[in-house]
Design a protein around this ligand. Sequence first.
Ligand SMILES: [Zn+2]
Length: 424
Amino acid sequence: MIINCDKCQTNLRLKQDHVMKAYIKVSCLKCNNIIIAFPFLSGHINNVSHLSLISAIQIINKQGKEKQYIAASIVLEEIIQKINLKELNLKQAVIVFEFLFKIIKYSNTQKNIKSTYDFYFKCLDCFLEKKISETKLHYFNNELLLINRDNSLGYIEQITDEKRLQFFSKKLLEHNDSNRALTYFFITVSNLNMLNMKFDEILNKSYFIEFLKICLQYIIPYKKYLNKILKDVSNNEIFFSQLIVFILDNFKKDITYQKHLIYCIKNIMQLKSDSWALAVRKSIAESGHSNILFQEFLILLNESKSSTIFFWNYYDSVFSNIEIYWKNYFIKAVYIFIKSNSNVIYQNYIIFYIQSKINNNKDITLKQLTQLIESNDIDIFNNDPKTVINNSYKIIDQFYNEEKNVKPTIINKFFKKIGGKNGK
Ligand SMILES: [Zn+2]
């Protein structure tokens, strides 16, 4: 085998035992320049060991010379066959894939692309068989994404190709393994989110929906897994809420799933800004899932140190900003809130608060409201606190009982005046 000194262009003949190695350092006979030769790139690969091949690849990656990758593209199949998947660890895999992805960058043939990605899926499958932790595979995915940063969309396109997703679904059904589902989710959905793809665009493809349903079926039963995938896409509140709506639409029959979902939403929201939380809640309510928000409200109310402070903060930040939620659940929330306070002083305080809210409302005066209520034989503005509480309950109870068949009663108007911003 003849190599060429890159300094003085002298041709040098390699000895036979040098050709057996994946790489060899030789010095030029004429100028003493040290040359690293890679005989395996010229087809001398039969006697090369797995480890020396990895070392040689690592040197090529460090040198980053285009001509080496082009030479490698011709013997790509042979190189892949030499890599022993059973021996390959994650660190080595990153080195190998940096090499392979560079090869297809410089020699973008269909055959090489197919070989590289086929090998990638084989490798991933092998790691999953070895039960390598999801966190480590997450790291592996991020490294590959980084390597492919010039062509990340092309990379993701290959991974989310119809046949690949069908393959993932098949593997999931075969193995019944949630850890595998988690990894598949990260390398498909999370990656797409990371590349600013919209969730709507994913749902345009029916095969993606099928895959997603199977994948989530293995994730949702585990609260910590569900929390992981949601947290992973939570940088984008639209993507996050659309994924939640997808889960609610497709797994609505199961109460346990809903409980897990509410738990996760609540946890993640606590880490986020008010505007983030509002956008998510709005999106969930407007997709017809206000009941989920209300269940979350009940948990938050229950957990709050001061239910009164919580209630009115929640009213200001959530109810008053999401009309459809306010319309369907505010009265219910008031009812539960007042009933939850067994302390008479508290109850008086709430009623006082409601009254002051009415007083502040320019659209209706206390006098007008009193007249309205008196005309319906209900007096909540009595001087005796006990009568005030009892009468308030009467109003609320009456409303609550009628709630399934809402009529524009005086009570309805009363609560609308309390609940609506600017008297809407
Ligand atoms: Zn030389």
